[in-house]
Design a protein around this ligand. Sequence first.
Ligand code: 5GP
Length: 207
Amino acid sequence: MRKNRLPSVKRGLIIVVSAPSGSGKTTLCKKLLETNHKLIYSISATTRAPRAGEFDGKDYFFTNVKIFKKMIKNNEFVEWAEVHGNYYGTPKKYLEKTLSRGYDVILDIDVQGGEAIKNTYPESVLIFIAPPSLDELKKRLVTRAQDNSKTIALRLKNAQKEMSYVKFYDYLVINDKLDTALDQLKSIIRAEHTKIKRHKKPNLYLN
Ligand code: 5GP
């Protein structure tokens, strides 16, 4: 007798997007999420203070160092790192639950996090977004007027270090024109879904 089984759900993809700050990564992720309804944003926890227009539980789970360290101890993160003097971490439970429901999850995390995710989940897709040049990056950081000059200098210094991690990534997208970069991101996700190794039964039509 045939068992009454629920249709099996194909596990979603982990898509890591990393970039030096000011590369347009957040805008690209938002645009991608608007057009791809099978894609869910992984909300990180952070000890950084909220910026104007950011909301707890939407952009980040804003917390303090004491609670963050307790979460590390309780093994609540798949990865965590100190970035620009603050702690950031990816909550494990939500990631696992969302993937097992068949949704892709996008992780907007730094290069240390990217490396850690690749070690834990070798099947994850790592995309590095780079600005067209360091001069252009500086211009963007100054124009967006989000950080003071000391922070901008620190972010620029870190950018060069971050770019040296590109070799650990699967894809490089240069964000010169937003629409072109967005198209490239969409193509990467589409192509990843059609990879033979992601299909449960690649030996089509054979018994
Ligand atoms: P921001 O403070 O500008 O929102 O983020 C600073 C950096 O921290 C960005 O590169 C961002 O991608 C990274 N980040 C955000 N959440 C996480 C996380 O959960 N883990 C890691 N490793 N980095 C994160």
